[in-house]
Write a protein that binds this ligand. Sequence first.
Ligand SMILES: O=P(O)(O)OC[C@H]1O[C@](O)(COP(=O)(O)O)[C@@H](O)[C@@H]1O
Ligand SMILES: [Mg+2]
Ligand SMILES: [Mg+2]
Length: 332
Amino acid sequence: MARKNQTLGEFIIENQKDFPYASGELSRLINSIRLAAKMVNHEVNKAGLVDITGAVGETNVQGEDQQKLDVLANETFINTLTNREIVCGIASEENDEFITIKGQKNDHRNNYVVLMDPLDGSSNIDVNVSVGTIFSIYRRVTPTGTPVTLEDFLQPGNLQVAAGYIIYGTSTMLVYTTGHGVNGFTLNPALGTYYLSHPNMKFPEDGHIYSVNEGNYIHFPQGIKDYIKYCQEEKEDRPYTSRYIGSLVSDIHRNMIKGGVYLYPSTSKSPNGKLRLLYECNPMAFIAEQAGGKASDGYKRILDIKPTQLHERTPFVCGSKNMVEKVESFMK
Ligand SMILES: O=P(O)(O)OC[C@H]1O[C@](O)(COP(=O)(O)O)[C@@H](O)[C@@H]1O
Ligand SMILES: [Mg+2]
Ligand SMILES: [Mg+2]
């Protein structure tokens, strides 16, 4: 039973029995993510003081200008997970290909793969607006002791064994699920310890916040345009409030606490939208569903999509159950 203010370390050990293969491997993996997040948090907090803002002058596989903090966060998570010998493979939004981790004994003996968006909300790094890290964990499908293959990463989201995010905001929080509800831990920077500040987080079934980049309005499908008009109507409990931070993690986190819906629809320019199915949509959808919310591409459940490519994108609608269903009703 989750106890308010217990430490993340205690919580992980006490809830290890929930994991199907409770060997401690997944607990050690979440502990490694906790450690890497602290290191990234340390750098994020001093952005502007030291030279970690701005671009590195490289373009990543997404066609985006890589920010220095994208690279730093990516390296920090990859090095931590590799050095602690805790995964057999890593896929990152910042890397073209997946990384095979064979382990010190070259025996490929670990059983989990991690897929991650090391720094989410990159456009907000230089302007001191909250950013995040998103992670998704699967048990491998290829035999232990053999090198991981693409198959291990292209699993549908409904097979995730754990997922979560870290938000580097007014406070730093780690929010995650292992399929037994969603819990949020706040970092006490003075002690370097995470405490259970938000036990059993729940998406309110309804809300009054909609989060979408309305700058793309003219390129949206008619159903999305109609839904935005619906949100703005002076009727019943509307108009809703428009809130858009431009960091997926922060927009979803706020809406989970207050009730709301986040949309990154397809546009005539990018028919599959912008967000990455494996690194962003699957983990946030798992969190949303575990918190009683919902996540779809406007038509079908995100977690049932069978991925075909490492960096594929999908339209994304995520949040309070009744609000997501309302969007879907406009898309029909
Ligand atoms: O500026 P836009 O087109 O509204 O996109 C904002 C969205 O893009 C993202 O920044 C994409 O994530 P990355 O920063 O990891 O590339 C989301 O966090 C955010 O919701
Ligand atoms: Mg992102
Ligand atoms: Mg990113």
